[in-house]
Structures are given as C-alpha cells and as structure tokens.
Write a protein that binds this ligand. Structure first.
Ligand SMILES: Nc1nc2c(ncn2[C@@H]2O[C@H](COP(=O)(O)OP(=O)(O)OP(=O)(O)O)[C@@H](O)[C@H]2O)c(=O)[nH]1
Ligand SMILES: [Mg+2]
Length: 320
C-alpha cells in the first residue's frame, strides 16, 4: 500500500512517519500531501488556547474519553512545549496521556516550537490534513495563547475554545486583548476557586459590550468544577462537548462556515506559497553564503532590506 492509502486507512505508524519526514524536510512528502488533500474536510477542528497551566491538556484528555465513548475518532495536536503531550509536565499527566497510546481511535502528536523550519503554523496545517485524511472525526489542537504564531495556528480551527483559570491576574488581562476575535467558547477551569466568579463576570461584561451583530454567535462562558469532584467535572466536559456541537451546527447553518473556510484557505495558501517561493530562495542564498554577506552589509548599512529584496527577487523570481 502507498503511504497516502495507508494514511487514509488510519495507519498511525504511516501518519507518524509522514509528520516526522515533513518536519525533517525529507523530499517526497509534498507528493503525499497532494494525494491526501482531496480526502480532507471531514473532521471538525477545535483549537484550545489559554494561558500556561489553565488546564487545557486536562480538558482535552477528558474530551478524548468522552469522544471515544461515543465511538468518535480523535486526533490531538499539541503545540506547547510544556504540554503533557510533549512530555514536559508532571508525571501524573504523562501517565494519563499514555493511556490513549494503545487506542487506534486516538492519534496524538506534538509539534515543537523550537527549530521548526518554515513556520509552525504550516507544520500544524499539514499535520491537521494528515489527521483529517486518516478519518478522524475531531481534531483537537492545543496552543498556549500568547503571540501571533498561536493565533495563526488557531486559524486552522473551525471552533476555538479559550480556556481560563482564576487567579492568573495580569496574564488574563493581556490575553483579553483581541481574545474575543478568536474565542467561540470560553471555559473557566476551577471556576469555584478564588476569583472564579469575578472572572466569569468580567468575561460576560466583555461579551455584552462587544459589538456582536444580532443573531450572530455569542461565545458562551462555561464553568468547570474542580477535577477532584469527578462527577461535576465530567458534567462540565459534557457541556463543553455540547457547545462544540452547537457551534459546529451554527457554522453549517449560517454563512460562517464559508467565512471560516475562506480565512483558513487564505492562510494555507500563504503558507504554501512561502514554502514554494520563499523557502527555496532562502535556502539558495543560505547555501551559497550570500545570506551571511547580505546580513553583514545590512548591519554596516551598506545596503537596505528593500534594495536587497528587490535584487534577490530579480535574480530568483524572474520568469524563464
Ligand atoms: N485541582 C485541579 N487541578 C487541575 C484541574 N485541571 C487541571 N489541573 C491541574 O493543573 C495543572 C495544569 O493543567 P494542564 O492541563 O497541564 O494545563 P495546560 O493548560 O495544558 O498547561 P500548559 O500545557 O502548560 O499550558 C496540572 O497539574 C493539572 O493536573 C482542576 O480542575 N482541578
Ligand atoms: Mg498543556
């Protein structure tokens, strides 16, 4: 069987290898991505973002269990180096995650934020396509909500959950800038802890004050009880799932799925163009040592970035 077919049959080993080969820049991976692309589009993609330690991985782990109980297949992509998925967290979390390793209906991968040549968002996009082609019903992406890079990754999702936790103070304030533009559902973890009610109130006020057009989706604010109170926690997870489904339904029943797909495709095209045009040019000038010379000249102000870019474009992008 060819790699593309193996992936479409849900072969976890083939998918892992392809993701690794893409990361390593192995030749031939683009052909496989082309082959599988027509078989994507079936998965609902959910982004989870929020400050470090807010409980994203814990929430995802509980959702995996819920989805598996319903016989739904799930791919998980973790983009946080400190995430339990990537092995950076405390032992208990790692053991919890490993439970899923033997389940063929679960495929968990992590992407490192370090040394990801050619853009993390593109790498995430490719990994999502692979999981989608594998026939996953849901793809859950975890990122720590901070910079533009994370927002770019989140743009690959259909539904975005922002996970928050009381007591983080300033970090939350920082996160609030622009958060409404990306959040479809807010989840307050450990909601009954000190500051939980205040956080809830603040989020509701923020949503009330935002100019959401009438009839459009208003992000619900869900409150999750402590993990230790197992039944209450599970009930909270059920509510998260219900709201994921509600949002999915909303997207399909309105023009919003189309809008999101437009945004997603714009992003993917930009990333593919950068892979097809920018990367080879950068590689070419790096290999010849030209890049270093250019940077030296720039540092000494012997030239400027605009002039240099024009010269490079003339040299490398001129039609045959
Ligand atoms: N008591 C309690 N602890 C929780 C709860 N949810 C998560 N935790 C713990 O809080 C810590 C952080 O949770 P994670 O799920 O790793 O948080 P995260 O948002 O994925 O963190 P990063 O990936 O580092 O950004 C872990 O030790 C969890 O076990 C909860 O509801 N109650
Ligand atoms: Mg995590």
């Amino acid at each position: 069987m060819e790699t593309g077919e193996k992936i479409r049959s849900g072969n976890i080993r083939a998918a892992s290898r392809l993701i690794r080969d893409i990361e390593d820049g192995e030749p031939g991976t683009k052909e496989i991505l082309k082959q599988i692309y027509p078989h994507t589009g079936g998965a609902h993609i959910i982004g989870f973002t929020g400050p470090p330690g807010a409980g994203k991985s814990t929430l995802i782990d509980a959702l995996i269990r819920l989805l598996r109980k319903r016989n739904l297949r799930v791919g998980v992509l973790a983009i946080d180096p400190s995430s339990p998925f990537t092995g950076g967290a405390i032992l208990g979390d790692r053991i919890r995650m490993q439970k899923h390793a033997s389940d063929p209906g679960v495929f968990i991968r992590s992407l490192s934020t370090r040394g990801s040549l050619g853009g993390l968002s593109r790498a995430a996009g490719n990994a999502i396509h692979i999981m989608d082609a594998m026939g996953m019903d849901y793809i859950l992406i975890e990122t720590v909500g901070a910079g533009q890079q994370e927002v770019d990754i989140i743009n690959h999702a259909h539904t975005v959950l922002v996970v928050m936790v009381p007591g983080l103070g300033d970090e939350i304030q920082i996160m609030k800038a622009g958060i409404l533009e990306i959040a479809d559902v807010f989840v307050i973890n450990k909601a009954h802890f000190d500051g939980g009610a205040k956080l809830n109130r603040e989020l509701l006020i923020m949503i009330d004050m935002s100019p959401i057009p009438k009839g459009d989706w208003r992000p619900p604010v869900l409150q999750i009880k402590d993990l230790e109170e197992q039944a209450a926690y599970e009930a909270g997870i059920g509510e998260v799932f219900d709201n994921m489904e509600k949002h999915r339904k909303y997207l399909f029943e309105t023009e919003h799925m189309g809008k999101r797909m437009h945004r997603k495709m714009t992003r993917e095209l930009e990333e593919a163009l950068s892979s097809a045009i920018l990367d080879p040019v950068l590689r070419a000038i790096a290999d010849t040592g030209e890049l270093e010379c250019i940077i030296e000249k720039l540092v000494k102000k012997e030239t400027d970035p605009v002039t240099v870019s024009e010269e490079i474009a003339n040299k490398y992008l001129r039609p045959e």
